[in-house]
Design a protein around this ligand. Structure first.
Ligand SMILES: [Mn+2]
Length: 369
């Protein structure tokens, strides 16, 4: 006899048979609880030639779910602070305390977690089989306290390097290289070369405190950057400026490839120049969204016209493979200003993947310093 369940309604008692479901096959169990994972997915009405194993493998390579669903992490990589065997840690730096124009960069890491899930399907997702990557999470610091941010960020990056991994950071306003490069330079015991994508030189060190426009000068003065072997690409603020405008557009100690030069000479010429300048030095690569033309990347601190597009950028990244990129970031995304579809975060998500590709081909590994 089936077990019964007695329900009492006042004087009336109802005896209801209870169905016991035996979960002796994974498929039956899933019918009841729903497949939360492709490994548990057993469709009933699939085509006869449906190859379940191939399907599961394909979905897992996409990151374990269709892009519109699932838990969000950078490139859908596991969220952990265990760095055992990790090649590259993705670090969110939600700092937007120092912009002199539009803010909102604190929301950048969250937006890029969503976008990178889409990006990995459009790019070579086999990259994530060759490299072990994790979402290390977002840095915790006291909101709005620049000194606490600088201290916590440098400690976090130093800790990741000491554990043997490299770092790609998701900003955050463009002050973020300040603590990151400090940590790298101390770890390496030498200054780094810089590949700096930006509409602006970020060497305007005339304010009493650090900000997103002073970090190049500060890091060079501290001995963390070797500007003689560095390149600043996409700069629009210098060209055509009269000498008296130097207060606004001071000259750079690095090699500058202006926005016009980028577009007139093309990405392969720029890539060759960058290879000559940086040689085999360890390179920190930083990518400000306003390197891109404002029509491509409008949702940033300082949208900047007459810049390169994503085709240019992709050709350039592919052409500098082998350069010794030891760390990288994307920064200055303000997702609140995005038009529908989020073109700025889409662009920065792709750039982050291309940075990871460069780090795959770079000779340096934190583990064998
Ligand atoms: Mn910048």
């Amino acid at each position: 006899m089936a077990p019964t369940l007695a329900l009492h309604f006042g004087e009336t008692v109802l005896f209801l048979p209870v169905l016991l479901v035996c979960h002796d096959a994974a498929g039956e169990a899933n019918d009841e609880r729903g497949a939360m994972d492709p490994k548990d997915y057993h469709p009933k009405d699939a085509k006869p030639h449906f190859d379940r194993a191939a399907f599961v493998e394909g979905v897992e390579m996409m990151g374990g779910h269709f892009p519109y669903a699932g838990i969000l992490t950078f490139f859908r990589q596991p969220h952990t602070r265990d760095l055992t065997g990790v090649d590259v840690a993705f670090l969110g730096l939600p700092w937007d305390g120092t912009p002199m124009n539009r803010s909102g960069q604190r929301m950048g890491p969250r937006a890029l977690r969503e976008t990178t899930v889409y990006v990995m399907e459009e790019e070579d997702f086999t990259l994530f089989r060759r490299l072990t990557c994790v979402d290390y999470g977002d840095l915790f610091f006291h909101a709005g306290n620049m000194f606490d941010f600088l201290d916590q960020a440098e400690q976090a990056v130093a800790g990741i390097l000491t554990a043997g991994a490299r770092v790609i950071s998701f900003g955050g306003d463009h002050m973020i290289p300040l603590p990151i490069v400090r940590a790298y330079a101390k770890y390496l015991g030498r200054p780094l070369s810089l590949i700096h994508f930006d509409g602006h030189l970020d060497n305007w060190d005339t304010f009493p405190y650090s900000w997103g426009g002073s970090w190049v000068t500060e890091l060079a003065n501290e001995g963390c950057l070797d500007l003689a072997h560095s390149v600043q690409l996409g700069i629009r603020m210098v060209e055509g400026a009269a000498p008296e405008a130097d207060i606004y557009a001071p000259r750079s100690d690095a090699v500058v490839i202006s926005g016009d030069q980028c577009l007139e000479e093309g990405p392969l010429v720029a890539a060759e120049r960058v290879r000559e300048v940086v040689g085999d030095a360890p390179v920190y690569l930083t990518f400000d969204a306003d390197f891109l033309d404002a029509s491509v990347a409008p949702a940033c601190h300082t949208p900047c016209v007459c810049g390169p597009d994503m085709w240019w950028t992709k050709r350039f990244f592919r052409a500098i493979r082998g350069v010794n990129v030891v760390g990288a970031d994307v920064n200055e995304l303000c997702p609140q200003y995005e038009p529908p579809l989020g073109p700025t975060q889409l662009a920065l998500g792709h750039v982050a993947q291309w940075e990871l590709e460069l780090m795959e081909h770079a000779p340096w590994r934190a583990a064998d310093r």
